[in-house]
Design a protein around this ligand. Structure first.
Ligand code: AHR
Length: 636
């Protein structure tokens, strides 16, 4: 290469480099200006009985409608009849729920109930059982075959167990192992098949991978462990306003299946309060239970509190002990109701009436458990103005919700898309600050915010009901939202990203795989790496910065959101701290704002960690990125 040519190449690349570099901006950080410590609970999560959040997400059950809630007629039924048997739904003596299937067969052909859509992975053990009552003349089998060509993968003849229940049903257990001939892209059927003439009644069935963790999916739990959220709100959401918690305790197979009171699907009642506590225990997270103040009444809600927290000699504590949990769960956070201001909410009522209902619930809760932290339903404007004034003595936290999405259009500018998240947080915190100043009832009180539902919610449902997808631009908005919580750490006590798995979730699953969305990566990154002592930080828009020291004061953490298509070279202007010359750098970036992950594909977006020299005069952040820097503080 000639010298002249080399000079041209260098000049061209410099030119290119400069044209793609944003003008240098300064991040001003002042360590002498510190905010209130950031509450760990702002990394909270929310799970609701809706879509594929719990069933088809967290819970390992592979069969749909395993208790036969639906009537097995019509094209939408997940079960269908195989063979020539006659089917009726026996409502006189159901095994569980309002009816159970009964097949009558008068020929020698195999017959039974079959469900398609099963996905299996190679070299895995599966465990299951069927509660059934066949005539003595019938042999019971479980058959797994390919939907495509009916090729049988497994056929198991089930020996009758000796024990029957009071209705004459027996629990037939089975297990099988796949080899490497199966792939998780092939659809299999699961069949409960009788051979012989006579009647076959089926109570319920179950099929789970053998490595389930107390009924939960290990791949989903592994990601939840990484997310490391310190608190989970459960069971709703709109669901809770029609939920009877009694349906969700006791023998799982005998709990009644119901139509989800607020959403499209079936509530199988396989995951109830005790399972939620097992989930929290496994994740080492705190439970936050919302009670039904919609259709539900106060005594049933107080009974729920007693079931969770009462000693084993209280009437509800006895039930809990009988269900295998003698020790009280000591649940601290209790939400009284959900969005009772909205006409979509079961039991919705005018605020004046609801304020009285709330206070009655709160008095009974405080009496039953003086340690309970009570969260009241809030909504900025007239609803909050009434609740904050009339219920101030009956709550510890005020719940607020917001979703960005309804107002978004395909042509919404990117910056609006991203910064609508912090704008909503500011709108709500500003309103609460105003109430504090204006309402004498709040004098001397410190009722902080539990933003117990916040997120984006828009776009097509790829992952079941409300299973919308998230993109790089949404990850950037969630990071900007966290920055706004840090700026308001004096008034935001808790925030629960809504929701967790599949349903507007930061984790998405297929039947056999799970993966973080961009939003989940951001939540995980900040929870794991960001400091807890907020410092004053400033950076001109369109970028956004926040800074905090770790609790021991030894590390400065700085988060930067770059929503532009240009790399940005920033100058860090840090007062009151001397910094090390090396940093750890964590980056979540996309080639364009619409890049996204998908559990059916290899993961595209991830957190990329590097250790590199740290020069305050030249800190680079990539286009469409969230970058978190960790720099040691040098003690003089
Ligand atoms: O998170 C989905 C729904 O949004 C919740 O059920 C409800 O509380 C809110 O309106």
């Amino acid at each position: 290469m000639t010298k002249k040519f080399l000079t041209i190449v260098i000049a061209m690349s410099l030119g290119l480099a400069f044209s793609s570099v944003f003008a240098q901006e300064a991040v001003r950080i002042d360590a002498s200006k510190r905010g209130t410590d950031i509450s760990p609970y702002i990394y909270g999560q929310f799970i609701e009985h809706l879509g594929r959040c719990i069933y088809g997400g967290i819970w390992s059950e592979m069969l749909e409608d395993r208790k036969f809630h639906d009537s097995l007629v019509g094209q939408h039924s997940v079960w269908h009849v195989r063979g020539d048997a006659w089917l009726r739904m026996n409502a006189t003596e159901p095994f569980v729920g309002k009816h159970s299937p009964e097949l009558l067969n008068d020929n020698n052909e195999p017959f039974g109930l079959v469900q398609n859509g099963l996905r299996l992975v190679p070299n895995k053990k599966y465990v299951g059982y069927v509660w059934a009552k066949p005539s003595d003349s019938i042999d019971l089998h479980v058959v797994i075959d390919s939907v495509k060509d009916r090729k049988v993968l497994k056929e198991m003849r089930l020996d009758p167990p000796t024990v029957t229940d009071e209705k004459g049903f027996r629990r037939y257990a089975f297990e099988f192992q796949t080899n490497d001939s199966v792939t998780d892209t092939e659809d299999f059927s699961f069949g409960i098949i009788g051979i012989g003439k006579g009647s076959l009644r089926i109570g319920t069935a179950s099929l789970m991978p053998g490595d389930n963790v107390k009924g939960m999916r290990p791949d989903v739990l592994a990601l939840l462990k990484e997310l490391d959220s310190p608190v989970y709100r459960w069971p709703g959401g709109n669901f809770v306003s029609g939920y009877d918690w009694n349906d969700g305790i006791g023998d799982r197979d005998r709990r009644p299946p119901r139509k989800n009171p607020a959403w499209r699907g079936i509530e199988h009642n396989d995951f109830g309060l005790d399972e939620f506590m097992v989930f929290c225990d496994y994740l080492k997270t705190e439970p936050y239970i919302a009670v039904n103040s919609g259709a539900g009444d106060m005594s049933n809600a107080v009974a729920e509190l007693e079931y969770a927290n009462g000693s084993a000699d209280t009437s509800q504590g006895k039930r809990r002990a009988a269900n295998g949990h003698p020790d009280p769960y000591k649940v601290k956070f209790w939400g009284i109701g959900n969005e009772m201001y909205g006409d979509w909410q079961i039991g919705h009522m005018p605020v004046e009436k609801y304020a009285e209902k709330h206070n009655r619930f709160a008095e009974a809760f405080r009496k039953a458990d003086p340690n309970a932290v009570l969260v009241a339903v809030g909504d900025t404007g007239r609803w909050d103005e009434t609740i904050m004034r009339r219920c101030a003595n009956h709550m510890d936290l005020i719940s607020e919700h917001f979703y960005v999405g309804w107002q978004l259009k395909p042509d919404t500018p990117l910056l609006k898309h991203i910064y609508d998240i912090p704008a909503n947080i500011k709108r709500i915190t500003d309103a609460q600050r105003k109430y504090r100043k204006e309402f004498p009832e709040l004098k001397g009180k410190d009722i902080r915010i539990a933003m117990d539902e916040w997120n984006y919610w828009y776009g097509p449902e790829h992952f079941g009901e409300l299973g919308t997808r998230y993109f790089v631009k949404d990850g950037l908005g969630i990071a900007a939202g966290l920055h706004e919580y840090f700026r308001n750490s004096d008034i935001v006590y808790m925030a629960n990203y809504a929701q967790t798995v599949n349903v507007i979730g930061c984790i998405k699953t297929s039947k056999t795989r799970a993966q973080f969305e961009t939003t989940g990566l951001v939540l995980k990154l900040y929870r794991q790496q960001y400091g807890t002592v907020p410092l004053f930080a400033e950076l001109a828009k369109p970028l956004d910065a926040s800074a905090a020291l770790t609790a021991d004061g030894k590390t400065l953490t700085v988060g930067i959101v770059n929503p532009t298509d240009k790399e940005s070279v920033l100058k860090f202007d840090v007062s009151d701290l001397t910094l090390a010359k090396e940093c750890r750098r964590f980056e979540i970036a996309g080639k364009d704002p619409m890049e996204h992950n998908d559990p059916n594909q290899p993961q595209k977006i991830d957190i990329v960690e590097t250790t590199e020299p740290f020069d305050t005069a030249k800190v680079k952040v990539a286009p469409y990125s969230v970058t978190l820097f960790k720099v040691g503080v040098v003690v003089p």
